[in-house]
Design a binder for this molecule. Sequence first.
Ligand code: URA
Length: 195
Amino acid sequence: MSTVDAVYQEMQAFFKPLWPGEDKPLVLGDGKADRPVLMLIGEAPGETEVIKGRPFVGKAGKNLDEFLRLAGLEREEIFVSNVVKIRPTEKGPTGRTRNRAPNKEELSLFTPFLLREIEAVQPGALVTLGNVPLKALTEGKITVGDCHGTWLDSRPGIPLFALYHPASIIYRRALAPVYEQDVLTLAHFLRKGEK
Ligand code: URA
């Protein structure tokens, strides 16, 4: 059985005993799990994603809606997932739990499962958001600043289109038109069936 559900079953069995006493539910991929036109891959779920049990909801869901609008796609046509499937957290200065970037251990634990997830889903193309999924799928060779808006070869052998993470636009406003142009470029390729 090589469906994505089989991969997810294995992941649940692997990760459940890994962090005893800690509540780290897996937020698994969502959408068209059988040969979608593309698979969108983010970094890791945040608080709302854990509460709802789906990737890219809450604030990130607005980014996803904007991506879909620009790309001329519906959420049901694509598959959406993250490299790391738990929410990486730390305590901030006031003691509140906040998100942090995935660490090396989390990336090395989750990346082999991401590769198997991609193989099970067989998307027409991979679209990475930011450096975390880009590095996982190109073995860390290139950064998003160098290759956004272009097609690359990926580790699973599926064409990969690199985008900035839409959340980074909040901190770097100058990236907003760059991101928008990159999504329009992607839409153009998808319409023409070229990669
Ligand atoms: N939510 C996700 O599911 N992934 C991200 O990369 C950011 C927010």
